[in-house]
Design a protein around this ligand. Sequence first.
Ligand code: 5AD
Ligand code: SF4
Length: 438
Amino acid sequence: MNEHDSEIMAGLLNEKGLSRVDDVKDAKIEILNTCSVRENADKRFFGTLGQLKNRHEKENDFLVCVCGCMMQQQSVIDTLKSKYPWVDIVFGTHNLHTLPELLEKVTQEKSRIIDIWPDTDVIAEDLPAERLFKHKALVNIMFGCNNFCTYCIVPYTRGREKSRTPEAIIREIEGLASDGVKEIMLLGQNVNSYKGIPEDGSLGCMDFAGLIHKINDIDGIERIRFMTSHPKDLSDNLIKAFSECDKLCKNIHLPVQAGSNNVLKRMNRVYTKEHYLDLIDKLRNAVPDITISTDIIVGFPGETEDDFNETLSLVNEVQYDSAFTFLYSVRHGTPAEKFEDQIPEEVKHERFNRLVDAVNSISEKKNAEYLGKIEKVLVEGVSKNNPFALSGRTDGFKLVNFSTKDTPFEKSADDLIGKTIDIEITGTKTFSLEGRIV
Ligand code: 5AD
Ligand code: SF4
């Protein structure tokens, strides 16, 4: 979501005649868009900001702006006021769309601005975005979260759940399709609780599965993905949508967070391990080749060795294609901050390493099953680690790197980017596949 916020800010600034520079040293405006999900991000922010002070003092026309989730926390604003009073613009998650006005004001009035809006029901529509990829786009369908997992800061920084209207979402995706976008990623903290109220005031509201059906009908769009789903509201209708909507990719990110019912309860996740495993069964029965990924937190307060072993056994049982693993990080203002039995760092790290080993060996094994298969890959661009290779994703979200030299016919990289092509998988690694064009 932060990544998409950055795309929107870039789009808004483009409209004002400003453009992105390749080297930050050439920038006249630097914007730090922050995340506050874990403490590490917080620390890096203040470090990075501190390094800008010298340049800001020397260069009169160099502006520094800070925004994002961290700005919705009063303690951060207090620190900015006392220790970083030279920052030109401070704004929050709810008034991102006002960036051009704030910039204009700061340049005209030569005074600093701190403008943080409290949570609001109003959704700013028709915002431009400078996409990172030409052929795939991020699309917000809802904002905020009502779940209040006890470790999580998001409900405090992003506010309560609010859904965009189905019409606004469809209009945006139709526009993207006519701009050449093939794949869209629907974004929300909890997409399964999407409730779309129609703009024409007609009764009834559209649920997430209904929205996917509508998007499935949009010409030009080839792939639909979404993130993130909360297991507590993953509906049978959504599971059915995987077989009913041909464009919906057979891939789901379903964060489990922990495998012990004790821990899940204290996390306020509102489901049990049994319910979660039931969902996995339902998904695999309905969509046998679905790929599944998850998020797991290690070292939540009070997590015992037995609790942790339940997480390990769940991981072994589900056999995830991939998993994002996080060390529990205390977030100021969340209920878990006050929980007793915080886990010592060395215990957290030791468990984390065991979990990562388990997760990685399963990913490696799962990827090995693709050897020799032919997969449809939507080509995204030049591979990150090899300028002579291209990379793209399979329907199941597996990253595939392949060389253009192996092409049996003359095709340049530019011809292939944005196309969906058949790739034979010739090698497999823990986090990616290798292949050749067939
Ligand atoms: N500590 C560690 N991980 C966290 N996450 C959210 N809050 C915390 C925290 N306080 C993780 C969860 C969530 C992902 C986006 O970040 O696993 O699904
Ligand atoms: Fe945070 Fe839980 Fe909401 Fe996800 S569902 S954003 S983990 S409070």
